[in-house]
Design a protein around this ligand. Structure first.
Ligand SMILES: NC(=O)c1ccc[n+]([C@@H]2O[C@H](COP(=O)([O-])OP(=O)(O)OC[C@H]3O[C@@H](n4cnc5c(N)ncnc54)[C@H](OP(=O)(O)O)[C@@H]3O)[C@@H](O)[C@H]2O)c1
Length: 278
């Protein structure tokens, strides 16, 4: 495993995701993932499984300092008093004094962005988050959030997989020293039957999920998240450090992007997305 360095944060390039993971699965999978070598766990207030993540972490026997732990503040908690209270509640559920990364889960203009960023910075200044960032922000929102923030933002966590071109967001992130953290790498399972990906996987004697995760983390400033409730898949998804895709393979995967490739765009939450170049 290597780390992606972004504005002072050292983020393990592959994280274990817990979205849509019931507590019983989290309790089984988080310790397993940590034993196998994952050192980065991603959760969120809205996933309603922070308590299980905290329990899984403490049961794993892996020391807190060895794990990069991310959570995200839900949009309904963006008013300052609610924000600060909700973070304290997250920390109590997670059984820790701090998270490594605290994100705004979605942009939301019911509360001024300056207040949201102010609260993120206050949490960081209090030592309750080592790093701060955003999720699902477009590039204009990223720029405004960075301008308003005292501490540098370290990542924008966005949907990113072979069917969705994120070069515009990635370019903006790189230009400001930020990472892009890729969620939905499997495009909700759609990548698994892709013939181009199957062909590259066969050439390497690997699986499609391994090729996709390798494609992501081989890109400069990209961190990938991967979720599974199956032990053998967690082990498989982690075994991507002893392979490498060549330039032609990287380009062939980039070329799979399509204009309608975005999957996650919930009405009432999603911003006006940046246009894609492919
Ligand atoms: N910021 C946001 O708004 C946001 C939104 C969505 C997700 N996220 C984060 O990103 C993480 C990753 O996204 P995701 O949950 O959609 O996961 P994903 O890694 O794209 O996985 C999607 C599905 O693929 C299956 N899968 C995983 N590895 C596989 C393998 N080796 N072979 C076959 N199937 C495999 C899993 O099913 P099984 O579990 O049945 O194996 C999983 O349900 C989330 O868990 C969450 O932490 C953030």
């Amino acid at each position: 495993m290597f780390n992606v360095t972004a504005n002072g944060a050292d983020i393990p390039a592959l994280g274990f995701g817990t979205f849509r993971m019931p507590e019983a699965d989290v309790l089984r999978m988080v310790p397993y993932a940590l034993h196998r070598g994952f050192r980065h766990i991603d959760t969120a207030q809205i996933y309603a499984n922070e308590a299980a993540v905290g329990e899984g972490l403490s049961q794993s026997g892996v020391s807190r300092s060895q794990v990069f732990l991310t959570t995200k503040v839900w949009v309904e908690n963006y008013r300052t008093a609610d924000f600060l209270r909700s973070v304290d509640e997250s920390l109590a559920r997670l059984r820790t004094d701090y998270v490594d990364l605290l994100l705004l889960h979605w942009p939301n203009d019911d509360v001024p962005l300056s207040d949201q960023i102010g609260a993120l910075n206050a949490v960081r200044a209090a030592g309750k988050a080592r790093h701060i960032g955003v999720s699902n922000f477009n590039t204009a929102q990223m720029a405004e959030a960075s301008r308003l923030s005292t501490a540098p933002l370290v990542t924008n966590q966005v949907e990113y997989h072979p069917y969705l071109d994120q070069s515009v967001v990635l370019g903006a992130a790189r230009a400001s020293g930020m990472a892009v953290t890729a969620y939905y790498p499997m495009a909700d399972g759609k990548v698994l039957s892709d013939p181009v990906l199957q062909d590259i996987a066969a050439r390497h004697g690997r699986s499609v999920p391994q090729v996709v995760l390798r494609w992501l983390i081989q890109q400069q400033n990209v961190v990938a998240l991967s979720k599974t409730v199956r032990e053998e898949r967690a082990a498989e998804n982690l075994a991507i450090w002893d392979m490498s895709l060549d330039g032609e393979e990287m380009r062939a995967i980039n070329a799979l992007a399509k204009p309608q490739g975005r999957i996650v765009s919930p009405p009432g939450l999603a911003p006006v997305w940046d246009s894609t170049s492919r």
